[in-house]
Design a protein around this ligand. Sequence first.
Ligand code: PLP
Length: 206
Amino acid sequence: MVTLVVVTKAQPAEMIRAAHSAGCKDFGENYVQEAVAKIAALGDLALTWHFIGRLQSNKAREVAERFDWVHGVGTVRLAHALSKGRPTTLPPLNVCLQMNISGEASKGGVRAGEVVALAREVAGLPGLRLRGLMGMASYSDNVEGQRAQFVQVRQGAQALRVAGFEVDTLSMGMSADLEAAIAEGATMVRIGTAIFGERQGKAAAA
Ligand SMILES: *Cc1c(COP(=O)(O)O)cnc(C)c1O
């Protein structure tokens, strides 16, 4: 089964309310300030919130207090900050470790050889629950080129299982490459543009 995470950066709260009425439950945001306001405005709905953006450790507490998932934990430092910031009244925060599968310096995440070591650190933190891996492919207009990147996430998850971790989530695939990601075993796709059309404003640059 593939879970659709509806990416609502740059969309107003009313749009999220409408998507919820249409049956969507999982929503992805990647700017802390923007998300915090929308989560507060939609507090009457039972939604699952996914933080999918780049996160600085100094904003970790805000995210750990309000979100259900963080995709893209790429450093031990961030993992510690999220664990420390997670209120003990809430269940542990679900996290995916981010893998850098494109080799681009502009994208965060660890290389394949570093995944197991990061998982060992994260698995020991009381505020976090390690669920799997997340990856973002660089632009490629052919499915084979996209799959060649996503396969690394699938192999990373296998390496985690061999090392004794129970992982059930491969978060990969956006509007431009969801078919390739699903072909490589994605269990969560993060889709914005294909649902809402092109974004306006600052989020369009992300
Ligand atoms: C914006 C974003 C998405 C959604 O991208 P679309 O191309 O609009 O589907 C998915 N994942 C991350 C991390 C994003 O920042």
